[in-house]
Design a protein around this ligand. Structure first.
Ligand SMILES: O=C(O)CCC(=O)C(=O)O
Ligand SMILES: [Fe+2]
Length: 310
């Protein structure tokens, strides 16, 4: 599971609180990394529609109920670290795999997790642990991610912006405009990804190197993007992401419906029905939804019996 000698300092906690992200150096055991790699290699497939076109392979719902991934949630050291960093009671919601092909895939441009945290309200807490499954050399072949401190610019407004799109686009379509996927894509991405904004965010971004076993934790408001895998020895880069939500998060039906619009209108489908299935009533506690009956306990990060000295 996690390495027995892994610990976080008060400075780490402060950095995470200030910036919204933290590199977790040598957190995961070799066996767990091997397992994440096996899971991702066997399940992640080429994108089948407009969503995730920037990846050679991408898949949502990888290992959501996998026994070894759920064992990690039961690791009291892991729970204790997550509790200390986030000060939240969390549960594991979803796993995802991403593959970039050398010199080809661009991955995701600047964004936040509007899809992965699309079932919960804007203010509900959400976190990702992103684990690259090969070496990432920031000064070399690259292929990792870039992220911007929340102290400089929080991406919270992007969760508001995305919900404006369906109403506007429907009204445009009703007045006779012929809207395409390209129109949707420009509306969704240009706020953060005009050439000027891309340079601005790139300028302020952090890009780390990673060795196997290292991971990055970031909260749902951290602006981030994929970095292309350039020339070098590695032909493709796989990464496995774990998403976590607060047990207090509530289902946001309006947000889920807003995400359904481009899926139907523009073949823009994350390939996951997770947001639609995870609960049903607006305002219901997602954690208590029948969807998690049977695995609720296994996916909960316990704070009660966690060791104090981490
Ligand atoms: O692996 C990547 O390049 C993208 C990952 C990402 O955006 C995420 O996990 O939220
Ligand atoms: Fe992301």
């Amino acid at each position: 599971m996690i390495k027995s000698d892994f610990s976080i300092s008060e400075e780490d906690v402060q950095n995470f609180r200030d910036h919204g992200f933290l590199k977790l150096k040598k957190i995961f055991s070799d066996e767990l990394v091997r397992h994440m790699k096996k899971l991702s290699t066997s399940e992640v497939t080429p994108p089948s529609d407009n969503y995730g076109l920037g990846f050679s392979k991408l898949k949502y719902d990888v290992g959501n109920d996998d026994p070894i991934i759920l064992d990690l949630m039961g690791d009291s050291m892991f729970s204790a670290i997550m509790a200390k960093l986030t000060e939240q009671q969390l549960f594991f919601t979803q796993g995802l795999g991403f593959e970039l092909e050398k010199n080809k895939s661009t991955g995701f441009p600047w964004h936040v997790g509007t899809q992965s945290f699309g079932f919960q309200r804007r203010h509900d807490a959400g976190y990702t642990i992103w684990t690259p499954l090969c070496d990432i050399v920031a000064e070399g072949q690259r292929g990792g991610m870039k992220y911007v401190s929340k102290q400089l610019l929080s991406g919270e407004f992007v969760y508001e912006h995305i919900n404006l799109l369906p109403g506007y686009m429907k009204s445009e379509a009703e007045s006779g405009r012929d809207l395409t996927y390209e129109d949707f894509s420009v509306l969704k991405n240009s706020l953060l990804n005009s050439p000027q904004m891309t340079s601005l965010l790139d300028h302020y971004a952090v890009e780390d190197s990673f060795e196997p076993g290292d991971a990055l934790i970031f909260d749902k408001y951290v602006l981030h993007r994929s970095v292309q895998l350039g020339e070098g020895p590695i032909s493709s880069r796989l990464a496995y992401a774990l998403r976590f939500s607060s047990i207090d998060a509530r289902y946001d039906k309006g947000r889920v419906e807003a995400l359904a619009y481009p899926r139907i209108a523009f073949n823009y489908d994350a390939g996951s029905e997770f947001n639609d299935k995870v609960a049903s009533q607006d305002g219901e506690q997602v954690y208590a939804s029948p969807y998690f009956d049977g695995t609720r306990e296994a996916r909960t990060l316990d704070v009660a019996d966690a060791p104090q000295n981490v």
